[in-house]
Design a protein around this ligand. Structure first.
Ligand SMILES: Nc1ncnc2c1ncn2[C@@H]1O[C@H](COP(=O)(O)OP(=O)(O)O)[C@@H](O)[C@H]1O
Ligand SMILES: [Mg+2]
Length: 276
């Protein structure tokens, strides 16, 4: 078994491409220009770069949520670049995504209970609603979410609670890989720390692989083992967080680092906010 869970090479994505004559792609807006990235089992990888650099597109390409116009994506040893949706379906549970705005991914008309129970039944991770609720109760305790939240609708929760529900929903499905796209961007700093610590704990306990997309270098440094720095649809630098943050080789990485107040990008930042 390879230590790589996810490997992508030469990834290109073009939005709005039409199939021209003879099946050749025509027009469109190319946003990824041959990206290579790999994620090992149990590892948390950061993807950082300014807005519009292609982070979300790359994340969505890894999960096969947007089509790639070139390159290969392998998940757990299997080439998934071109497999049809039906073949992808069994892998969907194993690859979960947590979004910046959980409101957009949680059905506003459903109670939290229904939002969490249904996927467990669908993926047969619980035999019946009672079994599903037992699992949910356990994760609620761990996430310090009050049981009363179960009977509420998403908009009745605080931002931090909603984000924890979004993470709980992903975690309940026992994925191998989680893509977290700007998951703490809308939260205040102490709520950010709570959510980040929860995710660190989860990835450790479940042996999860994670890709952590953020425009915020402090967040990346606090949770990631390795980091990829993106600019204009390419990776300009990658390496261990320790190395990239202390000895960046690329001028753009250095500029990103210089733009952030020093105390925030120290490795102990998260622990300090969490304690405060
Ligand atoms: N659905 C889409 N259709 C067309 N262009 C898009 C779409 N999504 C993103 N883009 C464009 O692709 C580029 C990269 O966007 P994105 O991947 O969202 O970057 P990031 O997440 O780093 O901010 C941007 O120029 C953006 O305008
Ligand atoms: Mg984005």
């Amino acid at each position: 078994m390879s230590d790589k869970l996810l490997t992508a090479s030469g990834i290109e994505v073009t939005y709005g491409a039409t199939r021209g004559l003879l099946g050749k792609p025509g027009g469109g807006h190319k946003v990824l220009f041959g990206v290579d990235i790999d994620i090992r089992r149990g590892e948390t990888v950061g993807i950082v770069g300014e807005s519009g650099s292609g982070k979300t597109t790359l994340g969505r390409a890894l999960l096969r949520l947007v089509n790639v116009s070139a390159g290969t994506i392998r998940f757990d040893g299997k080439d998934i670049t071109d497999i049809p949706d039906a073949a992808l379906r069994p892998l969907r549970r194993r690859m979960q995504m947590i979004f910046q705005d959980p409101m957009a991914s949680l059905n506003p008309r459903h109670t939290i209970r229904r939002i969490l129970v249904e996927p467990l039944l669908l993926h047969r991770l619980a035999d019946d609603a009672r079994g599903a609720e037992r699992r949910i109760a356990a994760i609620f305790e761990r996430f310090m979410l009050p049981t009363a939240c179960l009977d509420r609708n998403p908009h009745e929760l605080s931002g931090g609670q909603r984000q924890r529900v979004g993470i709980a929903r992903a975690a309940l499905l026992e994925p191998d890989f989680v893509l977290a796209d700007e998951v703490v961007s809308g939260l205040d700093v102490s709520t950010q720390a709570q959510v980040l610590n929860l995710m660190k704990e989860l990835s450790r306990d479940l042996g999860l692989s994670m890709a952590f997309i953020s425009h915020d270098l402090s967040v990346i440094r606090a949770v990631c083992d390795r980091v990829y720095v993106m600019r204009h649809g390419t990776v300009v630098e990658h390496g261990s967080c320790d190395r990239v943050f202390t000895a960046p080789e690329n001028a753009y990485t250095r500029a990103l680092l210089d733009a952030i107040p020093l105390p925030r990008i120290e490795p102990g930042w998260l622990d300090r906010v969490a304690e405060a």
